[in-house]
Design a protein around this ligand. Sequence first.
Ligand code: AQP
Length: 329
Amino acid sequence: RPRVLSGIQPTAGSFHLGNYLGALRQWVTLQDTHDAFYCVVDLHAITVEQDPKTLRQNTRVSAAQLLALGIDPDHATLFVQSHVPEHAQLSWVLQCLTGFGEAGRMTQFKDKSARQEAQVGVGLFTYPILQAADILLYQAHHVPVGEDQRQHLELTRDLAQRFNSRYGRTFRLPEAYIPKDTAKIYDLQDPTSKMSKSVPSGVVELLEDPKRAAKKIRSAVTDTGREITYDPAAKAGVSNLLVIYSALTGRTVDDLVAAYEGKGYGDLKKDLGEVFTEFVTPVQDRVRQYLADPAELDKVLARGAERARDVAGRTLARVYDRVGFLPAR
Ligand code: AQP
């Protein structure tokens, strides 16, 4: 079976609708067709300052959400990045192959460092190289991510190719697996920028009170027109709501447009609030159940880490050999 690898940061505690529709939903379906490795990337999280207690808790909350959304630890390997030291080890080797200018061209780094008021750390700069290590360690064929990760995937492929041509074929060149319709979910208050935990006002969180989420949806920014049509350029807000609605119900956008003919934005928003509530309520219940037994959750993650280390360890051993490190006896 082809291999798939993806990761998500535990930073915010709750995932948001963009994370779910852009990436996590695909994680769940791909576990049936692929040998899947999914990780909570806590090493990535510390590229910005974290409170240690909160980070530890958020890591469990993230794992609980993945299970609640349908990741089956008997089908997929679910683990925490810091439990597999090979990620940091391979990252170092890849950093030594990366050009300074090449890393500086990453738009996410430019955006995040521009937004950050505190000092920008080197970790934020080398973040995409650690991400490349995450992927290459598992020889992944596909990487299910949102559109915002396309450039990082390109860097990953460049680094793999560079390593392969310098030291002999070692890494598989992975391909981004980006959904067609939900590759980029937009902020509800600013439907021209992506929904992101860094801009909390227009974000719908999976773990927030569904009543509050429904209220956010009802107050989503839309244009001054009246007609419900799908037109991302002229009607970014309404189009974003239609995409979310469609993804959560399985109804096509065309079908929704037809169903809302003659109705107003208010109707669409109210109904979408209900659709979201219906989707998220059982997810929240399951998250609570998983979190009620942290020892069991940790056991699931320990099993995942063991399986992950088995694969990652083999790739790293080959890499260390290829670059000329003396074997440790
Ligand atoms: N708005 C989005 N639409 C579609 N996909 C999205 N993803 C994130 N936002 C959207 C995808 O979610 C996965 C996990 O991403 P992450 O762990 O890197 O989370 P993140 O990037 O920290 O989430 P944010 O909210 O986007 O954070 P900031 O603002 O810090 O960058 C990835 O596959 C991502 O593509």
